[in-house]
Design a protein around this ligand. Structure first.
Ligand code: ADP
Ligand code: MG
Length: 214
């Protein structure tokens, strides 16, 4: 049973996420065309293409270096709201992880929570505002709860992915209170939030990377 993730597993996560947002770019853009400005798929694909180029140029030694590189690249390459938000997520996650070569379950959970708190500090989302927070907060909570209940790391990552997907689906009826979608008021109801959709993919790819390394 695997008790920790190393830099290689996190690189695999980022690589899988780049592939997934590229493959699902049109769907993410379609979601954003309903309640935003139809660029979320393009923003995510562009940001993670830039991340892929950065990582291909040199393998990062420690987990904080890796995650800070991802975060800074997203902040500098994505113009939309999602760039600084996801960028802050990875930067804070890296700062919390520190200059280590691997993270055990509780350390990974703490790093993910620090990332979530970075998004809260940056965008001030609250539960039910119809944002990426509505997928990410339940995912981080589920990760913690699974570890507290004695689950192994792959099972905790799976629980987090399932909670993120449920959180994404729960954004459907919500009226947006943050970001561009909030300009639509009541008309934002009846559509999934694009950022919640990309966050569900983020946790799905994390669960897959962790499962395959176990
Ligand atoms: P933009 O809105 O600038 O076009 P994107 O389309 O890439 O950027 O990203 C939109 C997503 O960003 C939304 O679906 C939502 O999940 C997220 N978002 C926007 N504003 C906030 C905020 N203040 N807090 C948290 N998430 C937000
Ligand atoms: Mg947009």
């Amino acid at each position: 049973m695997m008790a920790a993730v190393d830099t290689g597993v996190l690189v695999d996560w980022i690589t899988r996420y780049r592939e997934a947002v590229t493959a699902q770019r049109d769907w993410l853009t379609e979601l954003d065309s309903a309640i935003g400005d139809a660029d979320h798929g393009a923003n995510m694909a562009r940001g993670f293409a830039a991340v892929g180029e950065k990582l291909a140029a040199g393998a990062p030694g420690t987990i904080d270096e890796l995650l800070k590189t991802v975060g800074m690249t997203l902040v500098s390459s994505v113009g939309g709201a999602s760039g600084p938000l996801y960028g802050t997520f990875f930067l804070r996650m890296g700062m919390n992880a520190g200059a280590v070569a691997e993270l055990d379950g509780p350390a990974l959970a703490a790093a993910l929570r620090a990332g979530l708190e970075g998004i809260v500090a940056r965008g001030k989302p609250e539960a039910g505002d119809k944002t990426m927070y509505d997928a990410m907060a339940p995912a981080v909570d589920a990760f913690d709860a699974a570890l507290a209940a004695g689950s192994a790391l792959p099972d905790a990552a799976r629980a987090a992915a399932d909670a993120a997907a449920a959180g994404r689906d729960a954004t459907l009826p919500l009226v947006a209170r943050k970001g561009r979608a909030s300009y639509l008021g009541e008309r934002s109801a009846g559509h999934l939030d694009p950022g919640a959709a990309s966050t569900a993919i983020l946790f799905e790819t994390l669960a897959a990377a962790v499962a395959d390394s176990a």
